[in-house]
Design a protein around this ligand. Structure first.
Ligand SMILES: [Zn+2]
Length: 346
């Protein structure tokens, strides 16, 4: 029986271990470079660690001792380093899909600058259609490439989101071209960045745009919501992870309802309020983290509550005003969402 991930191994181990380790035998002669752990019999665990090329037999064992021997972070780090060494984009993409955001963030954000650059060069898949060179000047294409690399260096060093974005990057093509900044959706797995616009962005804005478009891809891959929160979540992840100080009034609700109001009051249409229909464990993990940073405490998993709050606190606000005036209104609404309509008398 082969167990391919540490998590399922740990679960299995926890469920079956009751006794102390009575036997611990390193068998340096046995190696297995394809799987992390191999269970040889029901009760005797034959642990093969490809990164240290040493094998231990436990009969029976204690989980705590086991976990200190096989530190998950160490193993994951070794995995990532081997993908870097083998320039294995596909391998990284299928592995990272099933690793938690927290574990990935830890490993990727702690890579050395050299390894981070190598990883980016492996994961980044850029596409430049002929039409781009016919439409835009080649200097802006070159600058856009440089700016993408620089922004990714910042994003993949951020402790809150480095792993989330490395994972998404391994499943996305970035097209330099098109007309604007946008995501092509779950089937094409592509985002477009228009070179002349992207080349002019400040470094911070380049991080904001790239992390935004790539987060649309995250939502595609992991079961994000349709409607207003497609935009709301992609705006909020950037603010939650990269802004050291939020402006008064900024929140996840502001990002979501503000976009909805923007469409209604200024732009052209209507965005629905929806909760994710089939959220994956990774989506739930990341959204819950985003909620911990959110002054409005948006109930992102309840369509009913999000609709109620919109109707009560946001619907009648005016979006077609200056950013400052809008944020002042949003600040009030955030507070009502978080604390209820409490009137303070002193
Ligand atoms: Zn967007």
């Amino acid at each position: 029986m082969i167990i391919s991930s540490v998590d399922s191994f740990a679960t299995k181990t926890l469920a079956t271990s009751t006794n102390q380790i009575s036997n611990l035998i390193p068998l340096s002669s046995i190696t297995n470079s394809t799987d992390i752990f191999e269970i040889s019999t029901k009760e005797n665990f034959n642990l093969v660690n490809p990164f240290y090329t040493e094998t231990y037999i436990f009969t029976p064992f204690k989980f705590n001792t086991l976990s200190s021997l096989f530190n998950k972070t160490k193993l994951y780090r070794s995995k990532v380093l081997s993908y870097i060494k083998n320039k294995d984009r596909e391998g990284f993409a299928s592995w990272s899909k099933n690793i938690s955001a927290k574990d990935l963030n830890k490993i990727i954000s702690n890579l050395s600058n050299e390894n981070r650059e190598k990883l980016i060069s492996i994961l980044l898949q850029i596409e430049i259609p002929e039409k781009t060179f016919e439409t835009y000047n080649s200097e802006s294409v070159k600058t856009t490439k440089t700016k993408i690399l620089k922004a990714l260096n910042t994003i993949l060093a951020n402790p809150y989101v480095a792993g989330i974005y490395a994972d998404v990057l391994s499943k996305t093509t970035i097209e330099i071209g098109g007309d604007g900044f946008y995501n092509w959706g779950a089937i094409l797995k592509k985002v477009s960045l228009t070179p002349e616009a992207f080349a002019q962005l400040s470094d911070d804005d380049a991080v904001a745009i790239l992390s935004h478009e790539l987060f649309h891809r995250f939502n595609d891959e992991y079961g994000g919501a349709e409607g207003a929160n497609t935009e709301g979540s992609a705006i909020w992840i950037y603010k939650a992870a990269f802004k050291t100080k939020l402006e008064v009034g900024e929140s996840w609700a502001e990002a979501m309802y503000g976009t909805k109001k923007f469409y209604e009051d200024i732009n052209w249409g209507n965005l629905t309020i929806e909760a994710p229909k089939n959220p994956s464990p990774k989506l739930i993990e990341v959204y819950n983290w985003m909620q911990t940073k959110d002054p409005s405490n948006l109930p992102w998993d309840s369509e009913e509550l999000m609709t109620e709050y919109y109707n009560k606190y946001w619907k009648d606000l005016k979006r077609n005003v200056s950013w400052e005036e809008w944020l002042a209104q949003a600040d009030e609404a955030n507070k009502k969402m978080r604390y209820g309509e409490i009137i303070c008398l002193n």
